[in-house]
Design a protein around this ligand. Structure first.
Ligand SMILES: [Zn+2]
Length: 190
């Protein structure tokens, strides 16, 4: 699983897509051996075309479950917000990101994550793109946003350091292959 994360930089998008799919299906099989509702042993759906495990006792069907996370490139004039995470494996500077919570839409999640991690408000959200993120079964939904108000301050728990950087003074940025890097590269070309 960690290997795949490192392979991102050298894989083609097609190779990554295939590997992500394999990894996510592996996770789906691993977490659905027993019914989450009644505890009975799950069985493959009778129709092999149907990608589901079905509970013979209560009928519950478990399809591959993908959990969305948002990631956002926040700009302030000619600068972008980058931060360093305490428990992020690669430890390089990256963008604000986090899981979508129950009841939220993507925009709510972006505003909340930026508020929680950097203590600022953002406006003018624009969709950038998305990327399968099989660690273990997520999808990264990427946005651009513009700084609106507040004083930048890392939360001290998830984020240890944060700052505004212009194109001439970027620290080490995320590896090629990630959507974080794609967003930074697109901004660099503007
Ligand atoms: Zn059941």
């Amino acid at each position: 699983m960690e290997g795949l994360r490192e392979m991102l930089a050298v894989m083609s998008p097609e190779e990554f897509r295939a590997a992500a799919r394999e990894r996510e299906l592996e996770e789906w099989r691993a977490v659905n051996r027993f019914c989450g509702k009644c505890g009975a042993e799950m069985r493959q759906h009778a129709n092999p075309q149907e990608r589901a495990f079905v509970c013979p006792k209560c009928g519950y069907a478990a399809y591959p479950k993908i959990s969305p996370a948002v990631i956002v490139l926040v700009t302030r004039g000619n600068e972008i917000l980058l931060q360093r995470n305490t428990h992020y494996k690669l430890r390089n500077w990256t963008l604000v990101a986090g899981f979508v919570d129950a009841g939220e839409n993507f925009e709510d999640a972006v505003r909340r994550e930026v508020r929680e991690e950097a203590s600022i408000e953002v406006k003018d959200l624009r969709y950038f793109g998305s990327q399968a993120w099989p660690f273990p079964s997520n999808i990264m939904v990427a946005f651009r946003a513009e700084y609106a108000s507040g004083e930048l301050a890392p939360d001290g728990e998830e984020v240890v350091e944060s700052g505004w950087f212009d194109k001439e003074h970027l620290p080490e940025i995320p590896h090629k292959g990630s959507i974080a890097r794609a967003m930074i590269d697109a901004w660099l070309e503007e």
